[in-house]
Design a protein around this ligand. Structure first.
Ligand SMILES: [Zn+2]
Length: 335
């Protein structure tokens, strides 16, 4: 039993029940107990369980590293550590590979274990950077990798593999001009079926910010954010504006019967700029929501209660989740 934020952790029993350290017939019971927790207890419980999980995971990695060093899996009748992890310990292929590569990295760099346990790095970073880590660089690399997502880690690896060319820009050209694409890589169109093709092309890394922005803006229409859908929308919009063969149908005359509720475009533009194109929800600890996709314009004073639509001060940007959560709070309704 543990005291944390004044909450005694006898509510769920030992958190290891939830972390899965031992099979337990009371597990469904734990779900019922979770449902009975207050929000505060739930938050504290999650933080404590994540810490427990990191601790348990680090212990597992240490055991695996030793198990691997002794090659005990062979004595147990398995051809590899991977086979032991999947067939005996019940991990999926991906889970087994992550644990195995992490254990091997820990054997080379024992201090990684402490970083994992303290949450200062994660298995994703260790596995991605493992092949590039040396005695000299591993601390710096893991530090740089903190807080990076999958794509950013891949970029980190790519930049480590190909140091930037230091050729000065030719006279008269801006130094910031993007380098030419790698030679020998050509655009490719590969038919997959009568209806589908796969496109591959190489482009500058700056393209990704365009793609991310397009995804964000189209999130409601294309929740999956598939590149093909986003690019098709973009090309459609381009051709609508530029292609003389396309006749742009006249847009319907603005507005549903009730003009007051609709937020005028100039207000939307101003609010978007003011809020930085990002959800404005701020949590109790001062952390602002970072969502930039699928944003909605929300009335601070609800329109139904007389809040104006044509005053930017009464409008703010919210992500869908926060808009719904605040509406639930304001109007009381259930789920
Ligand atoms: Zn939000």
């Amino acid at each position: 039993m543990r005291e944390e934020n004044g909450i005694a952790w006898n509510l769920l029993g030992p958190t290891s029940v939830l972390v899965g350290m031992e099979p337990h017939e009371d597990l469904p019971e734990a779900l019922h107990r979770c449902a009975a927790l207050s929000d505060e207890e739930l938050l504290a419980g999650l933080a404590a369980s994540a810490e427990d999980e990191r601790r348990a995971q680090s212990a597992l990695i240490a055991l695996l590293a030793e198990f691997d060093a002794r090659k005990l899996f062979t004595e147990e009748g398995f051809p590899s550590l991977y086979a032991y992890c999947t067939e005996k310990l019940g991990y999926s292929g991906g889970e087994a590979a992550w644990r195995m590569h992490t254990a091997r990295a820990v054997r080379r760099f024992p201090e990684v274990l402490g970083l994992l346990e303290r949450g200062e790095t994660h298995m994703g970073a260790v596995v991605t950077l493992g092949p590039l880590m040396t005695q000299d660089n591993h601390e710096r690399l893991l530090k740089e990798a903190r807080g990076k997502n999958r794509r950013e880690l891949d970029f980190m690896v790519a930049s480590l593999l190909t140091p930037p060319a230091s050729t000065p820009a030719p006279e008269g050209e801006p130094a910031s001009a993007a380098p030419p694409p790698p030679p020998g890589i050509r655009d490719r169109i590969e038919p997959l079926s009568a209806d589908w093709v796969r496109l591959s092309f190489v482009t500058g890394a700056g393209f990704l910010s365009l793609l991310d922005r397009g995804r964000d803006l189209l999130r409601r229409k294309h929740p999956s954010g598939r590149m093909g859908e986003v690019l098709a929308e973009g090309l459609d919009a381009l051709l609508d504006g530029k292609d003389p063969d396309r006749k742009t149908p006249a847009r319907p005359v603005e507005g549903p019967p009730d003009h007051k509720r609709r937020i005028p475009q100039w207000v939307k533009d101003e609010v978007w700029k003011r809020d930085g194109g990002r959800c404005t929800f701020v949590a109790g600890d001062g952390r602002r929501c970072a969502e930039t996709g699928g944003l909605e314009y929300d009335h601070l004073i609800p329109w139904a209660l007389g809040g104006p639509s044509n005053d930017p001060r009464n409008i703010r940007l919210l992500c869908r989740a926060h808009n719904q959560a605040l509406a639930r709070k304001a109007f009381g309704g259930g789920s």
